[in-house]
Design a protein around this ligand. Sequence first.
Ligand SMILES: C[S@@+](CC[C@H](N)C(=O)[O-])C[C@H]1O[C@@H](n2cnc3c(N)ncnc32)[C@H](O)[C@@H]1O
Length: 338
Amino acid sequence: MKNVFLFVLSGAHETLPLAELEAVLTLTSDFDLLETKENFAVYRTSRSGSRFLNTLRSRLVLTHSIHEFMGSFYWEDLEKFLDTLPRFETPYRVRVHLYERKERTETLEKQIGEMISDVIRKSGRDPSVSLENPNTSIEFFITENEVYCGSKLAEIEKKPFEARKPKKKPFVKPVSMDPRFARVMVNLSRTGEGRILDPFCGTGGILIEAGLVGLRIFGVDMEEEMVSGCKENLEFFKLKGEVKEGDARNLEKIFSRNFFDGIVTDPPYGRLSSTKGSDVEKLYNESVKSIEKVLKPRSFLVIATPTNINIKTKMKLIEIHRERINKSLERRIMVYRK
Ligand SMILES: C[S@@+](CC[C@H](N)C(=O)[O-])C[C@H]1O[C@@H](n2cnc3c(N)ncnc32)[C@H](O)[C@@H]1O
């Protein structure tokens, strides 16, 4: 279906995959959510084409794959669905992904492939198949009794994130953020271009992900060791950025008002990473006040907080996501718009 896309989402978190996807979609197209269930989401968009796809492919982390949507149906209606399958380019292949079912994928792929070939033959065309080099890979995602079907356009690469795990960076501390999580936070800020700030930048986990998607990166940290270590990490990934020693409660002393297109940050929770003696809630509130001054109107702040913190701000709260870090610590990701 033209401009209708099926997104297969990671099951790693209940709310973040869809939220990340919608935040990234806002950078490239208007969109309407047509249906969503478990790990699947179907959107109609105003844009398509290579720029649209490249933005999604280069940004997303909690989406597995993107498909041109062909339809959704109940498993018992497979035959009926295949009879009305939209025309596609051959050679083709069939791929089956099973959720909750225990059949053999190869057997189902063969069975569905033969049924599709029959339909194509009936319409007087040649049903040529190529497993290695198809023009269309028709993918069936089969849950207990529902099926989502689409022709595959892109898969999100996971390997580059493995290569950026904290341990693989030259400067690492226990507070270093996982690159996937950092990328999701950057994406939630809906910053498509321009300047992005992490005012508690630590080892630079967030700045690296923001730099790699082409944003101009700025970092502040109160500790000299973090500032030099963060710079070392940015250089390691060949990223240019400005990292300064300073206090996140006084950002307006370093930057002019309304300077940033997005602010993404992970302040100390008062456990692993110290607040330097300040009360955690007070530190959050004083820095959020300062962040508001240097953020452009209508731009977004994405901030990780412990659950017991109460943030008071005039900025509009857009989203909250909860995440369990370990048995005794839960954090929230809050998204605000100025
Ligand atoms: C949780 S860590 C950030 C970790 C970072 N996301 C990373 O990937 O390494 C919080 C950082 O805030 C810094 N910090 C604490 N109080 C600060 C303040 N008032 N202003 C700026 N930085 C501060 C700490 O030195 C620490 O590096």
